[in-house]
Design a protein around this ligand. Structure first.
Ligand SMILES: [Fe+2]
Ligand SMILES: [Fe+2]
Length: 134
């Protein structure tokens, strides 16, 4: 069983967003598999892939929200910005060799993902669905 599963209940029913969520979770699962196999595994490359996917994904959601005048845009974007800044900090620490990803860290990403999905992304998805975007 994967560290994070992507099932129908994780879907927001907008194809592009669902695909991006799935591909970010795949990278997190890959990092999890690597660090559980070897505690000393350096996952800088995977983390940099993740950072790029997250950035691209947040831009996609923000574009959908802005273009369609979603009323919750600002608070949703703020959540993205905070999370992205945290990830950049982690990446910089990893890059300088003063930090390595732990399972705890991955658990905190997982919690963030589920919280954000339930409280923000699903609202955004329902809004987009209501105006015919799937
Ligand atoms: Fe989001
Ligand atoms: Fe999202």
């Amino acid at each position: 069983m994967a560290f994070i599963d992507f099932t129908d209940s994780e879907k927001v029913n907008v194809q592009k967003i669902d695909n991006q969520h799935q591909s970010m979770l795949k990278i997190i699962n890959r990092i999890h598999a690597r660090i559980t196999q070897s505690k000393s595994y350096d996952c800088l490359k995977e983390f940099s892939d993740l950072l790029r996917e997250v950035e691209n994904h947040f831009e996609t959601e923000e574009r959908y929200m802005k273009e369609n005048r979603f009323p919750g845009y600002y608070s949703h974007k703020l959540e993205h910005d905070r999370f992205f800044n945290q990830m950049v900090n982690i990446f910089e620490k990893m890059n300088s060799g003063s930090f390595s990803i732990t399972e705890d860290q991955l658990n905190s990403f997982k919690r963030w993902f589920y919280n954000h999905l339930e409280l923000s992304d699903k609202k955004c998805g329902a809004f987009l669905n209501s105006i015919g975007i799937t």
